[in-house]
Design a protein around this ligand. Structure first.
Ligand code: GLA
Length: 391
């Protein structure tokens, strides 16, 4: 659906559920990470960009402190809560509302005083793995911030949304997704140091190539549990290295320091996890240098190396992501391809020469179907801005 169709739908759904007009329309993007995977919670670098695809919301203030939330995915249904006593929804079709509820809760815990809200949301983010949850969080945060003039700094809002996901929803994610949704900039990726939150906007100029998102259409069933398992494996690696090194996170470690001390990590699996993180951080720094210098070919090669490391050392890819990425590598005109996001299904990202794009979609689609029985989807990426009020 086009943005105009979505906002028109939202307006009529809003009128049907709540009557009248919303006070404002809001947008918040999904994201794709170009390189730097499973590094954010290790205090390393990431390099995501915001998509022009995202979540839209029509919202209006309420004087009675109630929250009334709806989504066009379950037409007619309204989730109700009181600002004074927000509880997590533990089961059923209403669980999506934990993202907006969590944000309202964390804002209040941080001392902000938003009032009630009625809001309908709708989006066009395809599949899993492009951070629709962070998109909904920032959408809610910006709606409350704007409508109640809370004057929350944007990076502060990003952190509060991450807290909502960590503490309210219960997913122990890093800062990347909320940062990308909150801080995105048109035609730029964000080179972010997740330890300090220092960052730089880097233009994504691909010189005759297209950035494309490949949706495996494989559901990310294990994503939650395996994600938390990887996080604790990284913590175990740090614990063992701390026998000799004064580090807090794997991101504090250079590659030579890792090589000199990796023997301290006695568990082979845990050592592999640490090796991925240490070299992925290096690759991300190198990749950004290449992109700035206009060397898209080396950028692509580093993307491929990132996928191989996520497959063999970090073990978060799975047969579908491996199949789609291998087929992308095989297709002429591909400069690089890798999984993006948490892994275990969801999406991959590739850089493809413009004149090879049509053949790419045909080849990869056909061979992926043969190997997995699944239909892949392809989206040329338009890099958009961060969450904002539209009207
Ligand atoms: C998910 C998390 C992010 C990040 C990625 C992996 O998207 O939400 O914080 O850890 O996985 O890079």
């Amino acid at each position: 659906m086009t943005p105009n169709q979505i906002t028109a739908n939202l307006r009529s759904e809003f009128a049907a559920l709540f009557g009248g007009e919303p006070d404002g329309l809001f947008f918040s993007p999904g994201r794709v990470n170009l390189i730097g995977e499973h590094t954010d919670y290790n205090g390393g670098y990431v390099f995501p960009c915001a998509l022009s695809l995202g979540t839209y919301g029509a919202a209006r203030k309420r004087a009675d402190g109630r929250l009334r939330l709806a989504t066009t995915s379950s037409p007619g249904a309204v989730v109700e809560a009181e600002l004074g006593g927000i509880a997590r929804i533990t089961a059923g079709a209403e669980k999506w509302a934990n993202y907006p509820l969590g944000v309202a809760d964390e804002l209040q815990k941080a001392g902000y005083r938003p009032g009630g809200l009625e809001m309908v949301i709708s989006g066009n983010i395809p599949g899993g793995g492009l951070s629709s949850s962070a998109s909904v969080e920032l959408l809610t945060g910006v709606a409350l911030d704007e409508l109640y003039s809370l004057k929350i700094g944007r990076v502060e809002l990003v952190k509060l949304c991450q807290r909502a996901e960590n503490l309210f929803v219960g997913v122990n994610c890093g800062i990347m997704d909320q940062f990308a949704a909150g801080m995105g900039k048109k035609d730029h990726a964000m080179f972010l140091d997740c330890a300090s939150l220092e960052f730089e906007y880097v233009p994504v100029a691909l010189r005759g190539r297209t950035l494309v998102v490949l949706n495996t259409n494989k559901e990310r069933t294990l994503a939650g549990s395996k994600y938390n398992e990887r996080r604790s494996e990284c913590e175990r690696a740090v614990e063992m290295l701390r026998q000799k090194l004064d580090i807090r996170l794997l991101g504090d470690l250079s590659a030579p320091e890792f090589e000199a001390n990796k023997g301290l990590i006695t568990d082979g699996t845990v050592r592999n996890r640490a090796e991925h993180v240490v070299y992925e951080i290096e690759r991300t720094r190198d990749a950004v240098k290449c992109l700035k210098a206009g060397d898209v070919s080396t950028f692509g090669r580093l993307m491929n190396e990132s996928h191989i490391s996520l497959r063999d050392l970090y073990e978060v890819t799975g047969p579908e992501l491996d199949a789609i990425v291998e087929e992308a590598w095989r297709s002429p005109g591909t400069l690089g391809a890798r999984m993006t996001g948490a892994g275990f299904g969801g999406c991959a990202v590739a850089i493809v020469a413009n004149d090879g794009y049509k053949g790419f979609v045909e080849n990869v689609g056909r061979n992926y179907r043969k190997r997995t029985g699944l239909e892949a989807e392809f989206y040329p990426v338009e890099i958009g801005g961060g969450a904002e009020r539209l009207t």
